[in-house]
Design a protein around this ligand. Structure first.
Ligand code: APR
Length: 231
């Protein structure tokens, strides 16, 4: 089976009603990212950060996958597909994609502030000051904040470097190290970039830019890729 790696950003969830980051004037749901998405914000005001992510989690649970997420899941009938997402929502999983790598963490999980290896599923949508790990320390959202390491970059780079087809969807490619992934796909691989505001990317061979919303473009692209495949 040919290998497809799909690298997604906030744009793929926009049509499910989840706002992107850089389309809203530098603010994320009315907050400066420094106040809610950094380790310093957590040290200063863990209750504010917890409430902020509770709201994001609630919004995620009220959202459903859109045609873009659903189309990508269909690719698995003829390809070995890995989704590498910068998104913290679970819409790819709920659409049926079976291999999803979250570079920036997952809203549906929490982790211990005493031992980062202790990761838990969040029951419902709410964490509180009383949500504790088994060691008795406070639980934080399982999110990679600005200034923190991105451990899932290592498997993401390995998978991208052997992809036959690489599809970029709905990302401004402004946040590193994640954005650097686009340079890791093999030269000869077939590449697509689906985003209504896609800028061209220099030094990348075989790149087809599709300036269209993913809910419209991905069902078409997936149909094309399925008809091309011989398995
Ligand atoms: N379909 C496809 N793309 C869309 C759509 C749509 N319907 N609507 C908007 N977009 C595109 C925008 O044109 C933009 O290029 O989605 C992109 C969203 O870009 P950003 O808001 O910068 O989101 P992203 O690239 O995912 O941000 C990366 O930054 O804030 C951090 O950790 C956060 O994971 C996030 C990272």
């Amino acid at each position: 089976m040919k290998r497809i790696v799909v690298f997604t950003g906030a744009g793929i969830s926009a049509e499910s009603g989840i706002r992107t980051f850089r389309d809203s004037g530098g603010l994320w749901e009315e907050h400066d990212v420094k106040d809610v998405a950094t380790p310093e914000a957590w040290s200063r005001n863990p209750d504010l950060v917890t409430r902020f992510y509770n709201q994001r989690r609630k919004q995620m649970l009220e959202s459903t996958p859109n045609d873009g997420h659903l189309a990508l899941a269909k690719l698995e009938s003829k390809y070995d597909v890995t989704i590498i997402t910068q998104n913290v929502d679970d819409l790819h999983e709920r659409a049926g994609s079976s291999k999803v790598i979250h570079l920036h963490g997952e809203l549906s999980k929490s982790r211990s502030t005493a031992n980062p290896d202790l990761v838990y599923n969040v029951d419902g949508w709410e964490l509180t000051a009383d949500s504790k790990c088994e060691l008795g320390s406070r639980l934080r959202p399982h999110i990679v904040w600005f200034g923190e390491d991105v451990p899932m970059m290592i498997p993401a780079i390995q998978l991208t470097s052997v992809a036959d087809i690489f599809i970029i969807v709905g990302t401004s490619l402004e946040v590193y190290p994640a954005a650097g992934l686009v340079l890791r796909a093999p030269d000869e691989s077939l590449k697509y970039y689906v985003d209504p505001n896609a800028n061209s990317i220099s030094n990348i061979n075989n790149l087809h830019i599709v300036r269209e919303k993913s809910g419209i473009a991905l069902p078409q692209l997936v149909d094309e890729l399925l008809s091309m495949s011989t398995k």
